[in-house]
Design a protein around this ligand. Structure first.
Ligand SMILES: [Zn+2]
Length: 390
């Protein structure tokens, strides 16, 4: 999930051990009691169920030494010592790996080394995220920044506790949301975050999976492309008006990649497992590649490859990995494929998984005068936008 500031210049794909206590916990303070009389243990109250507002972001991993420079002192941790989780409370911003971060830190010793965790209030987390995810926008894009802030905030709350095996809540890269601490904070983005403080996307009273991506290519898709059950708010929607896609100005609205047949013989066998092909076997020739079924938004659902030694099939978004070369998967799943001489030409549209909000579309909608709620409701069906704490 991710759009970089200007798609013309930078493009990247858009997209956690024993879980210790989730940071400092809620900012909700228990009101002081006026009664000096001891009371029995109270029943859990609604406020005990209040959401945690701090998130544990996995910002780095070290196999040797981790150095965290805080205003009070510089902390050093060595991998290989089993110290569990060490909290670093600080009065100011600490630096780790040339980046400065708001909030505090924790370091976790794991079997594979050290996990460096930035424990940060979600509203501060968003400041280090929004400009990297949707780009630094001018004032006419502020409604898109607000929409991005609300979607990313929803994603953050929804994913607290979701990566227990890693010991934190969320990665600081495209595995979750791109977060770079204080680097790259932007005043207009901060204004958008402040204006939407606490707002999240709900469906039937529950937090949604607020997925988003760079460029849908004209139509979004449901989460079925990942083999997940479809959700009523994540359905395929048109991102067009008057026959023109809102995201049409994206440099990856249309794309084309050419692969020689020999290259595909190599890549398909190399990538078969990560693409979860239904069968893996060796072959020396590709006879045909067919898109057997598509999702409602037009993306590839079943891709069948016929070889000189039988056929195999790949489902949904995994088809992008089947073509991966030098670590780069296909820009999107919205593609067709045709033989041309000794090659296959893959012609596609859009960038990213295609689920939920289209960031380039949101930017165009903002410039066209749509408000952030209207933008979000265009991409997430039947949702409401509410404060995380009613
Ligand atoms: Zn779009």
């Amino acid at each position: 999930m991710r759009l970089l500031s200007i798609l013309l210049t930078t493009l990247a794909l858009f997209a956690c051990a024993p879980l210790p206590p989730l940071g400092p916990g809620s900012t909700q303070q228990t009101p002081p009691t006026s009664s000096p009389v001891p009371k029995p243990e109270p029943e859990p109250q609604a406020q005990d169920m209040a959401p945690v507002h701090f998130i544990n972001v996995g910002v780095g991993f070290e196999k040797g030494l981790a150095v965290i420079e805080c205003p009070e002192k510089t902390w050093e941790f060595k991998a290989g010592l089993d110290f569990g989780r060490k909290e670093i409370e600080t009065e100011g911003n600490c630096k780790y790996g040339n980046k400065e971060y708001r909030g505090s830190f924790a370091v976790l010793s794991t079997d594979s080394g050290l996990a460096i965790i930035n424990v940060v209030h979600i509203e501060d987390y968003l400041k280090g995220l929004v400009p990297h995810e949707i780009g630094k926008l001018k004032r006419d894009g502020i409604e898109a920044l607000k929409a991005q802030a609300v979607a990313a905030r929803t994603y953050a709350y929804k994913h607290i506790g979701s990566r227990k095996a890693q010991g934190f809540d969320i990665y600081a890269d495209t595995r979750d949301q791109v977060y770079n601490g204080k680097i790259g904070e932007d005043s207009i983005a901060n204004e958008a975050i402040l204006a939407t403080t606490g707002l999240v996307i709900k469906y039937n009273g529950s937090l949604t999976e607020a997925y988003y991506h760079s460029t849908c290519g004209g139509k979004t898709e449901s989460a079925e492309v990942w083999g997940q059950e479809s959700k009523p708010y994540l359905v395929s929607v048109s991102d067009s008006a008057n026959g023109r896609a809102y995201c049409e100005l994206s440099s990856l609205m249309k794309w084309e990649e050419t692969f020689s047949k020999e290259e595909l013989v190599y890549l398909f066998q190399k990538n078969a497992i990560s693409a979860r092909a239904d069968k893996t076997f060796s072959f020396s020739k590709i006879e045909q590649i067919i898109i057997k079924e598509k999702f409602p938004g037009g993306r590839v659902k079943r891709l069948v490859v016929f070889t000189d030694n039988g056929s195999f099939e790949v489902f949904g978004d995994r088809a992008r990995r089947l073509f991966a070369r030098e670590g780069k998967i296909l820009p999107s799943l919205l593609f067709s494929i045709a033989p041309k001489g000794n090659s296959f030409v893959v012609t596609g549209g859009g960038y990213g998984h295609g689920i939920g909000m289209c960031q380039m579309g949101a930017r165009a909608r903002a410039v066209a005068g749509q408000g952030f709620e209207e933008i979000l409701k265009a991409y997430y069906n039947g949702i409401s936008i509410e404060k995380i704490i009613p």
